[in-house]
Design a protein around this ligand. Structure first.
Ligand code: GDP
Length: 364
């Protein structure tokens, strides 16, 4: 599954958010209730109303949403790259995630201490990012030395790695994160293999006070501007509200949200922003037994999409019977879509589309 790491300075609201995320009714109601893998790792159901619609049409007994993993990576402080705070261990945790949700304090509260004694989310973002950039620079220097011999020997892979590391290094030395390097499609795999901390997609999560959840505030506006400049994502949420919502059942939660002028929980927006950021899409499998959502990267072809369900599906892939979501819903189900000629038979080259309802045929 896909993993998002929650980072941020101490006292910005990370734990509040993480707890809310993993206790929310949506996560509980799912057939994958939040399960504690470790105290700081939680799995949440990805909210998707389309899945309920499909299940309703097909009369599916079970609804199984897609899942996303969140990791609460506490302990990142100024000097982490030099081993301050919980330093290296936390940098290692970040290395393992697919994306970073960076929580920024955008609320004023004299009762909550700020580690720097002032509330400035843009500066805070810079503090954390600087640590990550320093860690990247250090690891690049080391690895550049380690591959010198291979590069001299003409090892193609090493030559490519060296070139990419030098590009990353130049960017970092300008004080910019590695994700701002433009990487060609040919280099994408090797680039990912470098596992640079600052090459991971970042979503800034502006934690605002309860009254400002619907509108944001001057601080979150500043973050939005920074995010736009960096090609990062941004969402405004109030961790406190989310915490309260997580105690309510679904109906109560909806009423509470409407009262606050919000239409959906911030967590839903957060998860969806995570999807967008990671370039993720959903396809469905629908039958009388279960309706289930599966997560793929945008542009995934049918056999690899099948492989998300099971490796055998990918290896023995024959074809995918495909119905677009809109056809399935407007025509009223699989048989009706088939009768109307809307079930397509797609082969190995087919790029799965968001919302496709798929049925795979494969050689066992
Ligand atoms: P962490 O250190 O980043 O995990 O931060 P916590 O989640 O433990 O939050 C630190 C303190 O800030 C706690 O006392 C929270 O109740 C408080 N807090 C979190 N979010 C908000 C908020 O939106 N407004 C206010 N006023 N306090 C908040």
């Amino acid at each position: 599954g896909f993993k998002v790491g929650i980072v941020g300075l101490p006292n910005v609201g990370k734990s509040t958010l993480f707890n809310a995320l993993t206790k929310t009714a949506a996560a509980q109601a799912a057939n994958f209730p939040f399960c504690t893998i470790e105290p700081n790792v939680g799995e949440v159901a990805v909210p998707d109303a389309r899945l309920d619609t499909l299940a309703g049409i097909a009369g599916s007994k079970q609804i199984i949403p897609a899942r996303m993993t969140f990791v609460d990576i506490a302990g990142l402080v100024k000097g982490a790259s030099k081993g301050e705070g919980l330093g290296n261990q936390f940098l290692a945790n970040i290395r393992e995630v697919d994306a970073i949700a960076h929580v920024l304090r955008c609320f004023e509260d004299d009762d909550v201490t700020h580690v720097e004694g002032r509330v400035d989310p843009v500066e805070d973002a810079d503090t954390i990012e600087t640590e990550l950039m320093l860690a990247d620079l250090e690891s690049i220097e080391k690895r550049l030395q380690n591959i010198v011999r291979k590069v001299r020997g003409g090892d193609k892979e090493a030559v490519q790695q060296e070139r990419l590391m030098k590009e990353a290094k130049a960017m970092l030395e300008e004080g910019k994160p590695a994700r701002m390097v433009e990487v060609s499609e040919d280099d994408a795999k090797a680039w990912k293999g470098l596992q640079l901390l600052t090459s991971k997609p970042v979503l800034y999560v502006c934690n605002v006070d309860e009254g400002e959840a619907a509108t944001g505030n001057a601080l979150s506006d500043k973050v939005a501007q920074m995010a736009a400049e960096q090609g990062a994502g941004q969402v405004v949420i109030s961790a406190k509200i989310e915490e309260e919502i997580s105690q309510l059942d679904a109906d109560e939660a909806q009423m509470f949200l409407e009262e606050l002028g919000l239409h959906e929980a911030g967590l839903d927006r957060l998860i969806r922003a995570g999807y967008d950021l990671l370039g993720l899409e959903t396809y469905f499998t629908v039958g009388p037994k279960e309706a289930r959502a599966w997560t793929i990267r945008r542009g995934t072809r049918a056999p690899q999409a099948a492989g998300v369900i099971h490796g055998d599906f990918e290896r023995g892939f024959i074809r995918a019977e495909t119905i677009a979501y809109d056809d399935f819903v407007s025509l009223g189900g699989e048989q009706a879509a088939k009768d109307a000629g809307k079930m397509r038979v797609e082969g190995k080259g087919y790029e799965v589309k968001d919302g496709d309802v798929l049925h795979f045929l494969f050689n066992a």
